[in-house]
Design a protein around this ligand. Structure first.
Ligand SMILES: *Cc1c(COP(=O)(O)O)cnc(C)c1O
Length: 387
């Protein structure tokens, strides 16, 4: 949850450093004026190092990150891209903007993509799968990457919620052909708005770098306005202000994850013995970030009851159950290419997912949680499942 909880003096100092050195807010050029300050570039380098990859590309949002990836992979009109029925609406928006048709896949008790459902949906038009690590729990990456390899389709990880997580010791965002990260204000680390893109294949990275910058190839031997272009693009650049904040926030990532995991253990210790309360499933070998604590109760009424009683003690749920409609594809009648692709009404297409989601509760994990809170949360949930 907490990137924004930890925005403070260190971030401000990094921004001050820009203003002490020419105040250049653009990632390119102005080489004389900026006195060696390239915050976005430095943030990309630090991020790549953290993820153990060669290169990373900073962009203006997580949604932009997904859009840039699809452009670099050459996804276009006529193609299909499969993603899961439980995600943030942005995943589907990026697919729609690419011109491809979004296809929804059910989730299982991990609340992530069900590989069995995925396998059935793939056809000759399917070009990519976007798997999402919802609320900090790794998707079934081994099974899903096996399917994608066998079917010869790209695997993209929407790691907006998975930064800092791992599966079998391998970082989320390094399993697929590409990964998108988000630094919006509610994500694990934040730049206010912002995102990052990584690829396995450097050729896709080069295309992404140009595409996110109007097609600029930024040839190092000539000034920016004399550089070349080979394809059209768009503008999804990150500014130096965001880069400066990202640089500092990245140094806090390990601390945040460790702290979230500690808070999870405290809260769950009080909940685990409750009858009718079950933790969301996770893969063996999963290292979860516990951005939120997600569990199942016996039915939708009890889930709503949990929310009501938590609100009474000043604790909100996160997404489940209250923001369900923004995160469940069955509700997205406003997205024409999704709604109109099948005779079955959208709200009847993902019944297995809906059944699971309706009895799920998700409690946000705050770093600055006062010490009496775990007990008060436990008491509220205890009353909710008993009443
Ligand atoms: C937050 C989020 C996004 C979009 O990121 P923004 O930076 O807000 O554009 C995409 N996918 C998922 C799963 C998200 O949670």
């Amino acid at each position: 949850m907490p990137g924004y909880e930890l925005v403070g003096a260190a971030e401000l100092a990094e921004i001050q450093d820009i203003f002490n050195n020419g105040g250049v807010l653009f990632r390119h050029g102005f080489d004389q004026q900026r006195n060696g300050r390239y915050k976005v570039r430095q943030f990309e380098e630090a991020f790549a190092q953290k993820m153990n990859v060669n290169e990373a590309l900073a962009v203006s949002s997580g949604t932009a990150a997904l859009r840039v990836i699809l452009a670099a992979l050459g996804i276009q009109s006529g193609d299909k891209v499969i993603t899961q029925a439980f995600t943030f609406v942005a995943t589907v928006e990026a697919i729609v903007e690419s011109g491809a048709q979004p296809v929804g896949c059910d989730v299982d008790l991990t609340l992530n993509m069900d590989p069995l459902s995925l396998e059935k949906l793939i056809d000759e038009r399917t070009k990519a799968v976007i798997v999402v690590h919802m609320l900090g729990t790794p998707a079934k990456l081994e099974q899903i990457s096996e399917i994608c390899k066998r079917k010869n389709i790209y695997l993209v990880e929407d790691t907006a919620w998975g930064l800092g997580g791992m599966l079998h010791g391998q970082k989320l965002g390094t399993w697929g052909d590409a990964a998108a990260f988000s630094f919006d204000y509610a994500k694990t680390i934040t730049t206010g708005e912002g995102g990052m893109v990584t690829f396995k294949n450097p050729e896709f990275m080069h295309r992404a770098q140009a595409w996110h910058d109007h097609g600029h190839e930024n040839n190092p031997q000539v000034p920016r306005w004399e550089d070349t272009r080979s394809a059209s693009g768009f503008n999804f650049r990150m500014s130096e202000l965001q880069g400066a904040i990202g640089l500092v926030q990245l140094t806090k990532l390990d601390f945040i994850i460790e702290k979230q995991r500690e808070i999870f253990r405290k809260v769950w210790a009080g909940l685990s013995h409750l009858k009718g309360v079950e933790l969301r499933e996770s893969e063996p070998g999963a290292f979860e970030t516990y951005d939120a604590i997600v569990f199942f109760v016996e039915g939708p009424e009890i889930a709503l009851n949990c929310r009501r009683l938590l609100l009474q003690i000043g604790v909100s749920t996160k997404i489940l159950p209250e923001a369900y409609t923004w995160h469940f594809m069955g509700c997205w009648d406003h997205i024409a290419s999704l709604a109109s692709q099948d005779k079955v009404p959208l709200n009847e297409r993902f019944l297995p997912s809906e059944k699971i989601l309706r009895r799920a509760v998700s409690i946000p994990v705050f770093l600055n949680m006062d010490s009496s809170l775990p007990e008060r949360i436990c008491n509220a949930i205890c009353s909710a499942v008993k009443s």
